[in-house]
Design a protein around this ligand. Sequence first.
Ligand SMILES: Cc1ncc(COP(=O)(O)O)c(C=O)c1O
Length: 436
Amino acid sequence: MRPDTLEVNSRGVIRVGGIDVVQLAEEYGTPLYVLDYRTLRRYARQYRDMLAELSPPGVACYAGKAHLSVALAGFLQHEGLGLDVVSGGELYTALTAGFNPGRIVFHGNLKTEDEIRAGLEARVGYFVVDSLDELQLLGQLARARGVSQRVLLRLTPGIEAHTHEFIRTGQFDSKFGFGVAEGIADRAVAAALATAGVSLAGFHAHIGSQILEEDPFLANAEVLLTYSRHWQRARGWWPEVLDLGGGFGVRYQPEDDPPALERIMAGLRRQLRVGTPAGVAPPQIFLEPGRSIVAEAGITIYTVGATKTVPGDKRYVAVDGGMGDNIRPALYQARYQAIVDGKDPDGPREIVTVAGRYCESGDILVRDVELPPMVAGDRLVVLGTGAYNYAMASNYNRVPRPPVVVVKDGEARVWVQRESWADLTRLDRPFHPFAD
Ligand SMILES: Cc1ncc(COP(=O)(O)O)c(C=O)c1O
């Protein structure tokens, strides 16, 4: 997986968006997140256009949790996508960018009262309701404002997608949503239909992340359509919207084989045809791709700081970033591919482990990977870091977070500035001893 514009010439010099990574590193420092605009835009448009072909036209609601900034929200608005936000902070970021609130879907299994108020005030298109408590509070706050808020109920359809246990959310014992099989969803639908201040527009179900098969997505749609038919028979209620979540896998490793979106869309179209009863319109389909829009566009440039060989001949290469800018290897044992700038493509290789700079033994970016021999000062590029890297970055060890720079046709623009040491203490207050 690499950005569309990434090139490595015969001397091993790496360029992206028409700019040498060395030049980017010198100008903006390292670690540096780089987003390739062309790749980002290609995926955003692919989802947007494929959904627009459905009848009625669907909406690609990019999942902001994968990577969000004011500029990225502005980009999504410019390209005509919708947006899934999961917190007041993501909502605030979108609104700061001037994002159309009517195209925002507000998620979260625990939205605070302040966040619900902020969503209502902004007039977001949909709340995805995750609990009866939330339903009650939302109804109460909407009534107080004299509005009726459109909601989707988050269902757990009982689908076990083959992915890492921590990011599997569609199974019955998930912390998210209302279980379809246990009758919990029935109670939630009845409550939503009876709650003044909310209007039940449809269902949402997200079955997990980094899913590399096609079938779980279609099974999800089938469960939601079957369940909707149950309510159409029982109460004459039929959804206007079915939001099938995100989770489309990407090729982190050569052996990862993500499903073709075209095939999923063809399957969906078939299901909507056979699954919509006579006399009602097919629901509008929302999808919430995050990773599959932004992962491939992203790379992170690091500078090698030190190398060492330990007993057993294990060789470490330490770089100037790590778990503070990419927590995924430590959190999920995620594996990334890496390349090194300026090395003869046909030259020697050795097995090394790329270690981060943070004070944890688990701060390993890439384990046992074959790379050219490196020395301090070399630039190492980790591929596929566009998703859940910047979004999950922390200030652990009080290390400032890297900037996000976007590149296109030889031009680089800063979308997020590098934090400074002063930023790290901006919210701190001085110590004053308590009286004894
Ligand atoms: C409700 C929901 N929608 C969308 C996504 C985005 O998933 P992905 O980035 O894998 O596409 C997630 C990820 O956790 C999610 O929980």
